[in-house]
Design a protein around this ligand. Sequence first.
Ligand SMILES: Cc1cc2nc3c(=O)[nH]c(=O)nc-3n(C[C@H](O)[C@H](O)[C@H](O)COP(=O)(O)OP(=O)(O)OC[C@H]3O[C@@H](n4cnc5c(N)ncnc54)[C@H](O)[C@@H]3O)c2cc1C
Length: 454
Amino acid sequence: MKKIVILGAGISGLTTAYLLNQEGYDVTVLEKKNEAGGSMESVVEKGYLFDRGPNSGLDTTPLIMQLVEELGLQNEIVFAGKIGNKRYILRNNQLHPLPMNPAAFLKTKLFSGRAKLRLFMEPFIGKSNDGYYQSITEFVNRRLGREFLDYAINPFVAGVYAGNPQELSVKSAFPKLYALEEKYGGLIVGTIKSLRERKSRAEKSKNSAKMFSFKSGMQIFPKAIAESLGKRVIKSAEVVSVVKENSGYRVTYNYAGTAHNISCDIVLSTVPAYTAKDLFCFMDDNLAKHFEQIYYPPVVVLFLVYKKTIIGQPLDGFGFLIPSKEKKSFLGAIWSSVLFPNRSGDDEAAFTLFIGGARNPEIENIEKEILFKKVRSEFESLMDISGEPVFMTYRYWPKSIPQYNIGYIEHENYFDEFEKKNPGVILGGNYRGGISVGDCIKNSEILVKKIKSL
Ligand SMILES: Cc1cc2nc3c(=O)[nH]c(=O)nc-3n(C[C@H](O)[C@H](O)[C@H](O)COP(=O)(O)OP(=O)(O)OC[C@H]3O[C@@H](n4cnc5c(N)ncnc54)[C@H](O)[C@@H]3O)c2cc1C
């Protein structure tokens, strides 16, 4: 029986450990923090439930509901329902619902008549050369035009990656979007054809997948997985190095002030790239260089609660995203209490705002009080709020989400090469194969396959 050590008890490491454990593998998970979840952090402060990381996931793989059932979370999971599909985009200081069907598209004031006409040209635009070295800006500008880039894609990219479309590689960051052009020749034709194909498979597209969270926040999911693994998850265990040893590997970690070693056959790393750099530097200098080039921009997640009576804006959707052209101090806001229960009292509304990201990394140098004053004043004006919040808290992520920037494929290729040179070491986590919770869960099946093939 091969011994497997997994570094990190975020959703990637835990889901993989869970699946391997189910198949009878000998798995140990080492986690630096004293609780499981990684980026999935849910806290209750003064009775308000605040998801400091992901606020929701999309059930893009049947594995999610399978896990929910096996872990007994059926009564905990909550879905956003149709209201979650209504997303607003800011243009000229006004919130416009993002059109979700052709009739709404023709009517919307979010795009000018010219931009709408421009969309009809899309099927006639030829293929581009290399998606790995092409930014999202270049790709979308060429296919759909500038206005669609500015008022649909730019805010969308901020909502998913806290990213900058000028820097993200279209093929690495949005492989499915690029595939529509690569495989079918265009986005409109590709969407129609791939929808037909998808119908015959179980996999849902992100547009039709249901948005979920849990009554007590997202973190209950990884926590329940960790609980089911019992002593196989060692918390407060900070891994400091991985080195080759005889026919396998030695993982060294600090626990309760003492260094411990585990010898194993397989190491799966799911720690962030900036941490993996220090753990594997003893095995390969070049690997560290690749890891350190992966950019994680700073993000502040600000949680605000107001009495409903002082909010003028109707609360009938997911929230809103802000295009960079609108020059605001934050990226957007999720109307948390509209989507999921328990986020605030019945007479109150809770909001989660995202600030910074690759678009505004300078936030790391701005004093929080000054930043929040500006953000609040903009937010309250857009939402027509006439008064103070009853509660406010925040979480600062100095390194939030890995950016799959132009040329990212070179890192990915090197990771493949490294794994070939060092059979038994696998590099996983959200810097490979997608950053969303759904992608991390889906990727765990790929990681299991890789491990079983060793
Ligand atoms: C602010 C924010 C908002 C987000 N919003 C969404 C959203 O709404 N929807 C969505 O789908 N996705 C969202 N994401 C992305 C998603 O949450 C993450 O990509 C995903 O949770 C990453 O999981 P992971 O297990 O790969 O990595 P992580 O969650 O980063 O887990 C890695 C684990 O490794 C541990 N670790 C680090 N160093 C060591 C060490 N030396 N030894 C041992 N353990 C170590 C960490 O403590 C951590 O627990 C968001 C992310 C952030 C930061």
